[in-house]
Design a protein around this ligand. Structure first.
Ligand SMILES: Nc1nc2c(ncn2[C@@H]2O[C@H](COP(=O)(O)OP(=O)(O)OP(=O)(O)O)[C@@H](O)[C@H]2O)c(=O)[nH]1
Ligand SMILES: [Mg+2]
Ligand SMILES: [Zn+2]
Length: 338
């Protein structure tokens, strides 16, 4: 077995599916069984491997080492063992996929953009189902207003409209991941970009416009041109986001206003010299966007506190262990344990 790294195509409980990191498109995926705990050694200790990770295999074909991640799309996990769950690793571009029909949900776009900014990859918004609405470009402009410094493309897969700028992102060696709600057309987009049916696509439940969760696992698809695409199941809003730095990217306009408030600890409710309230009053900032920012900001603060609390607990446990070892050493090797 060579030391060349392998790319994780799919991460299941007991095993990974991997491809050679170089020349993946010409290779069949190989099954690499995981050790009992399902974890792989890394610079940060033993971690749960994710789609897009680069791993080295040992002589038995078992993933023995996980290479440092250059970016990671993470969501906050409610799990007790880790704070975050990695949805995709080593990605360059995050395609935030949202449908034009039913109407795009601007709050969701803002939330997914924050998730994307946090990953370290470049976000791009793709608005699907342009063929189902009369004015897709006008709608794209509305979405662009909330997607600062981000390209927004309206596309239609059936009529192959608007896909060229998205195809242009598929440079050799690049990895893109699609995220968005179920039924938005992520797998349909992946198939269109791959030029073949790699992922199953689903119908839409009549009436409510909500998806059916057709895709049930995250999967990396190597493209003939040398780019890689990761398809993901529809994301529910809960547990997504939030991180103060990423929020400053998504809401750069609000951040600028906040910086202009007279008081550094302004709560933007009724303080004199509040630039946020002034912008709301003259319509420069919409109530919707302000509320969206508020909500994500509160979540970010909550998650930060939770992280701090958990880190503090871990530190306390570590200290307890250290002092126990210390006392044991003091008592000497033959001393009975208490
Ligand atoms: N008219 C039209 N329909 C589309 C377009 N893109 C996707 N669809 C349809 O939307 C439905 C859902 O598409 P999927 O690609 O399965 O959606 P998904 O985002 O992968 O959904 P999950 O796997 O459940 O997360 C399917 O019936 C697609 O045919 C489009 O550009 N135009
Ligand atoms: Mg899908
Ligand atoms: Zn203020």
């Amino acid at each position: 077995m060579t030391d060349d790294p392998w790319r994780v195509v799919r991460a299941d409980k007991g095993a990974l599916l991997v491809l050679p990191a170089h020349g993946a498109a010409e290779h069949e995926p190989v099954r690499a069984p995981l050790e009992r705990d399902g974890l792989v050694a890394s610079d940060e200790g033993r971690v749960v491997p994710a789609v897009g990770d680069l791993v080295e295999l040992d002589e038995h074909g078992t993933p023995a080492r996980l290479l440092p991640r250059r970016s990671a799309l993470v969501r906050d996990s409610a799990g007790r063992t880790s704070l975050t769950q990695v949805l995709a690793a080593n990605v360059d571009v995050v395609l935030v996929v949202e449908h034009l029909d039913p109407d795009p949900d601007l709050g969701r776009v803002e939330r997914l953009l924050t998730l994307a900014w946090r990953s370290g990859a470049q976000p791009v918004v793709v608005l699907t189902k342009a063929d189902l609405v009369p004015d897709p470009q006008g709608m794209a402009q509305d979405v662009a207003q909330v997607a600062l410094a981000v390209d927004v493309h309206a596309v239609s897969v059936p009529s192959d409209e608007g896909l060229e700028p998205v195809r242009a992102l598929l440079e050799p060696g690049r990895t893109l991941v699609v995220v968005g709600p179920s039924g938005a057309g992520k797998s349909t987009l992946v198939n269109a970009l791959a030029g073949r049916e790699v992922m199953a696509t689903g119908g839409r439940r009549e009436g409510d416009g909500r998806g059916r969760h057709t895709t049930t696992h995250r999967e990396l698809v190597p493209l003939a041109g040398g780019a890689m695409l990761i398809d993901t199941p529809g994301l529910r809003a809960v547990g997504l986001v939030a991180d103060a730095d990423a929020l400053e990217h998504t809401f750069a306009d609000v951040a600028e206003l906040v910086a202009a408030c007279r008081f550094a600890d302004c709560t933007h409710v009724a303080e004199p010299g509040c630039a946020v309230q002034a912008a709301l009053a003259d319509g420069e900032l919409s109530e919707r966007r302000f509320a969206s920012w508020r909500k994500l900001e509160r979540e970010a603060a909550y998650q930060e506190r939770r992280t701090d609390a958990r880190l503090a607990a871990a530190e306390k446990a570590r200290f307890k262990k250290l002092t126990q070892t210390y006392h044991r050493t003091l008592r000497g090797p033959g001393a009975p344990r208490r």
